[in-house]
Design a protein around this ligand. Structure first.
Ligand SMILES: [Zn+2]
Length: 322
């Protein structure tokens, strides 16, 4: 990492055929990424854009990787959450690039007002600082997918997998070289630790659907996973097998707290302690723990999992602890 004009700046990471751009969100490197895939003649496409607040760093990363912004051919987003697609509208306006998104996510890119209102309830005054401007995507620049399609961009192809669970409109993209862009469907694993952390914010967590999505992801035989949070994972099968186990473990912890009548604060303390123990046991150092705390905080984890139990299994909340 280097410093330029007083701003910390993490250079692009060459993953062999795919370039990982670091948005350096909130001053932390290696937490939110976007992927650049080179095409012929200086053209490229992006998978994810990062938030609006880090667009200038994304632009700088594109340039440092040796590309000009007007070479952008297409933008693929795994889902519409602001850390994945927040800058898509602005980038699409600047370049004319079409944005590929699941049918259920598309309306919220065209009119982000509901998305912003619900994010506003979660983040309050921090909205602007965290996520920056969110510009609507022009309707004619949206390309809708539902899963099962094979898309071609110049000489490259991507297969779309429908992978709900984290969000009802989540998709993953399998590139022709075996790279599977997983968004949040393969959870969070930040460099500096092997520990996998659930990505379970409100309002749509559905662990049963997620488990089916993991089966679909394991079935395609990917060579490597490309995690938005953050980077390449080559132990594909063991990583994917761990994600549903981790989700369940954290969900049970929240359920135990609900049974015990814990307040929101105490539930959060449970998750902070659980997460910290896992990271420390996994040999993570302070910097990694801090980066994990920003990439998916305990408050949202508790809200997301509580909502999951209330919506899908209210009877489990009522049952007494054995
Ligand atoms: Zn995310």
């Amino acid at each position: 990492m280097s410093t330029r004009n007083g701003v910390n700046y993490a250079p692009p990471i060459d993953l062999g055929g795919v370039v990982l751009l670091d948005t350096h969100h909130e001053g932390y490197d290696r937490t939110i990424g976007a992927f650049l895939v080179p095409l012929e003649g200086g053209a490229f496409f992006l998978v994810e854009t990062g938030p609006g607040s880090t667009l200038s760093r994304l632009r700088e990363g594109i340039r440092t990787a040796g590309f000009e912004l007007d070479g952008l051919q297409k933008i693929f987003v795994t889902h519409i959450h602001l850390d994945h697609a927040g800058a898509a509208g602005q980038l699409s306006r600047e370049t004319g690039a079409v944005v590929v998104v699941h049918r259920r996510g598309a309306p919220h890119l065209v009119d982000p007002s509901r998305l912003l209102a619900s994010a506003g309830r979660l983040y309050g005054d921090a909205m602007g600082r965290l996520w920056g401007d969110v510009v609507p995507v022009l309707e004619e620049r949206i390309e809708i997918v539902e899963g099962g399609e094979t898309l071609t961009v110049d000489n490259r192809t991507l297969r779309v997998l429908y992978t709900p669970g984290h969000a009802s409109h989540h998709v993953c993209f399998l590139l022709d070289d075996g790279s599977l862009f997983t968004g949040d469907a393969a959870a969070i694993r930040l460099p500096g630790s092997e520990v996998i952390r659930p990505a379970v914010p409100p309002p749509e967590i559905d662990l049963e659907l997620w488990e089916m999505s993991i089966d679909a992801m394991r079935a395609v035989g990917a060579e490597r996973l490309m995690l938005t949070h953050f980077g390449e994972v080559t132990e594909v099968d063991s990583h994917l097998a761990t994600v549903p186990r981790k989700n369940r473990h954290w969900a049970e912890e929240v359920l135990n707290g609900l049974h015990a009548g814990d307040s929101q604060e105490v539930l959060e303390a449970r998750i902070v302690a659980l997460s910290r123990n896992e990271l420390v046991k996994g040999g993570a150092l302070g910097d990694v723990i801090a980066r994990h705390a920003v990439s998916s905080d305990a408050r949202l984890t508790v809200m997301g999992l509580t909502r999951y139990w209330r919506k899908h299994h209210p009877e489990r909340i009522e049952e007494s602890t054995p």
